[in-house]
Structures are given as structure tokens and as C-alpha cells.
Design a protein around this ligand. Sequence first.
Ligand SMILES: *Cc1c(COP(=O)(O)O)cnc(C)c1O
Length: 241
Amino acid sequence: MLTEQEIRDNLKEVEDKIDGAVKKSGRNREDVKLIAVSKTNPVEVLEEAYNCGVRTFGENRVQELVEKIDYFEAKGIKDIEWHLIGHLQTNKVKYVIGRVAMIHSVDSEKLAKVIDDESAKKGVITDILVELNIGDEESKFGLSFDNALDFVEKLTGYKNIRVKGLMCVAPYTDDPEDNRKYFSKMKKLSVDITDKNKDNNSVCELSMGMTGDYAVAIEEGATFIRVGTGIFGKRFYPEKK
Ligand SMILES: *Cc1c(COP(=O)(O)O)cnc(C)c1O
């Protein structure tokens, strides 16, 4: 478990790297949101990060996410934005609707429909991203790139979800440059989507880039980066699949 000072130092390093990438690509710092991926870390560590100014957390498992939201709510802390970044099963949708700022992992119409239904029940509109399996990896969730445009179009028919953009988990690599082509493909697609939905005032968010490759992702247009180990260090226990 990292100390608050260690987290502060890591955040500084991440911020410096973000600044570098933003400058290099002529973008603004405000256009990139850092999501601190806190999965597997105990709430005490999230509190340390909160004390360092972190207000946006990402979690990939519903139960863990909900427990952490409950913990902070019980303390009267209300200014945290929670992002669900991991695979979501339809039977768990009801636990997160109205509690998360965004669901990053929508990859089927079945799931979209359940999110829409649950959102209608609760009287909310849920912001979502469409997850793409950009590297066509068998082990990964997400829609194939070629189906993305049609899928986004279909989702505009649902009244209680708002498609805010695209998300991907790029292939694991030691050299972040390997993923530049995927990030740039995502960017191109997001431009196509924005062009098609001009009436929709859509800014197309791009959730891409993790600890190993977020600088490259920013250079290619990421608006959300999801950084876990770069902030919290090595994770505590192997993730359950
Ligand atoms: C765990 C996770 C991350 C963060 O990964 P790091 O390499 O630790 O930064 C980002 N996105 C998703 C979907 C994750 O599950």
C-alpha cells in the first residue's frame, strides 16, 4: 500500500507526462481527463488519492465499485466522479445506474437496452462509451471496429442513454509506439461519428491510454486516460476474471 506522499509523487510524474504530451500535440490540459484506476486498492488508498486532489476514479468490477461509492457517501464525500471501465454483465446494471458518471464498456445492444431500461426506471440518462476491440484480440471485450459506426447509430434510438464516445483497451506492449496506429484509428472513427451526428452536438470522447501508453494516446486525441499502476503502484491481488 502506497503512502499518501508516494501517491502524490506518482501523480506529479503523471501530470508532467500529460503536460508533455499535451504540449507536443498542441492540445489543452483541460481537454484530457485523468481517471485514477483504483481497482484492487483498498478504500484507504483511495482516500489518500482524494487528499491529493483526485476526484475521478475508475473501477472495473461492479461490486467493488459500489462498495467504494458507499464508503465515500457514508462519509459525506460527494464530489467524486466514478467511472465503470470494466466489462458489465446485464444482471448487474441495476446496481450502477444513477451512481456512475459514465459506463465505458458498452459492447452489445443487449447491454445497451438493459442500461436504457434501468435508466428509464430511475429517471436518469446514463452517459456511455462504446468499447471497441481495436486490436481484434480474442481475450478482449469490445465490438469490432467495422461494426462500430452502425452500432453507435442504433444506440441513438435509445432515449435514456447518451453515447458520448468510444473506448478501447489497446494490446499490451512494451513499446507504446506500437499502439499509436490503434489510437489514431479510434480518432478517425470518432471524427466520422461526429460528422454523422452534427445535430447531436456530439463531442466524441475517446477513452484510451493506460499506464504504459497514455502519452501516445493523448498525442492521438485521447480525452480520457485511465491510469492505474502509474498512480497506485503494483496492484494488490490478481484480478478475478
Ligand atoms: C486496469 C485497467 C486500466 C489501468 O491499467 P494500468 O495499466 O494499471 O494503468 C485501464 N483500463 C482498464 C479497462 C482497466 O481494466
